[in-house]
Design a protein around this ligand. Structure first.
Ligand code: PEP
Ligand code: MN
Length: 350
């Protein structure tokens, strides 16, 4: 349920509503807004008597049942887009954010060169896995702590923020010490022990869609993180498995538009894992800007032919720079559309 209080409802009225909710045996999950207070409630079973009682209370404007099983991440709960501020960048606002870098952190020279190249091209965050989930257990698994330290070095050298993957709840504390954003990989989208721990990690989370997961399952996983205390979640479409083999995965761009209707969370697209081919990344990225995503996560390597992972889908620095200048006019249009939509009621919702 959500309870929307009247504009300027008094503190006593808000407290009275919270007490009544608890009398019904429900839990007040969050209280938001200063001028207009909105109270989020988790209720199981038939909430009708509680809704009717609350609606009759002083200071209450509306008491609503939320029909989606994911409540806190739904547009019904919060019509305006969530803005997530990380360092000096805002996701979900009127800035299209590019995060770029190699698939894996491989060594000091490699990550520093990558960081300089992506910063020069206009990226705001450096990506790079220190803990790598690989399809084969015999493949390179990442430099772990040493990789995190190298990312920190690259951040100090360039001023870029750091996004890196965390694979296990055991490593959340350590990764949160080094990263500005914690990435949950496709293979871990439904690792609920990890998601719960991320609820308390104190850092924004980028949650990638599982390769065989539905949009609803993605939203339910995001709900896990939010319900466990962390509202700063971004979603990432990175392609799903279909019968198609020309591309590594099938990029579900319609899911991006659907997510923009269904949730207030920022939506990012990863065109590198979606296609598996560097030649397709720039064209797909144009489409990502046009469809109204909030940003891109792209693989860039100083020498893709030598990469220890995902070289075939990584752009080299020149290709990245060319893609960014090709995207500039599209980003310009994106910005005007975002600003005129008044950031950011679901533009497609009626
Ligand atoms: C990655 O970002 O390098 C990665 C492993 O991605 P995904 O989890 O989407 O496969
Ligand atoms: Mn990769």
């Amino acid at each position: 349920m959500i309870i929307s209080m009247r504009l300027k409802a008094t503190r006593e009225e808000v407290d009275g509503v919270c007490r009544r909710i608890e009398d019904f045996g429900y839990k007040v999950h969050s209280i938001e807004g200063e001028e207009r207070v909105v109270i989020g409630v988790v209720g199981v079973g038939d909430v009708t008597p509680c809704l009717e009682s609350l609606e009759a209370m002083p200071g209450v404007e509306k008491a609503l049942r939320i029909s989606a099983p994911y409540k806190f991440v739904s547009r019904e709960f919060r019509p305006a887009k969530t803005e997530i501020r990380v360092r000096n960048v805002t996701f979900g606002g009127d800035e299209f954010v590019v995060m770029a870098g190699p698939c894996s952190v491989e060594g000091e020279r490699q990550i520093l060169d990558s960081a300089e190249a992506v910063a020069r091209g206009g990226a705001k965050f450096l990506r790079g896995g220190a803990f790598k989930p690989r399809t084969s257990p015999y493949d390179f698994q990442g430099l772990e702590l040493e990789g995190l330290k190298l990312l920190d070095k690259a951040r100090c050298a360039t001023g870029l923020g750091i996004i890196t993957e965390v694979m296990s709840e055991r490593d959340v504390g350590l990764v949160a010490e080094y990263a500005d954003i914690l990435q949950v990989g496709a293979r871990n989208m439904q690792n609920f022990a990890l998601l719960k721990t991320l609820g308390r990690c104190g850092r924004p989370v980028l949650l990638k869609r599982g390769m065989s997961s539905t949009v609803k399952e993605l939203l339910m996983s995001a709900e896990y993180i939010v319900a466990h205390g962390n509202p700063e979640v971004m979603l990432c479409e990175r392609g799903i498995r279909t019968f198609e083999t020309v591309t590594r995965n099938t990029c579900d761009l319609a899911a991006v538009a659907a997510l923009n209707e269904l949730t207030h969370l920022p939506v990012i697209v990863d065109p590198s894992h979606a296609t598996g081919k560097r030649s397709l990344v720039p064209a797909l990225s144009r489409a990502v800007v046009a469809i109204g995503a909030d940003g891109l996560l792209v693989e860039v390597h100083p020498a893709p032919e030598k990469a220890l992972s995902d070289g075939a889908q990584s752009l080299d620095p020149k290709q990245f720079a060319a893609m960014m200048s090709d995207l500039a006019p599209y980003m310009h249009l994106w910005k005007s559309a975002r600003v005129s939509a008044g950031n950011c009621e679901a533009t497609t919702a009626s």
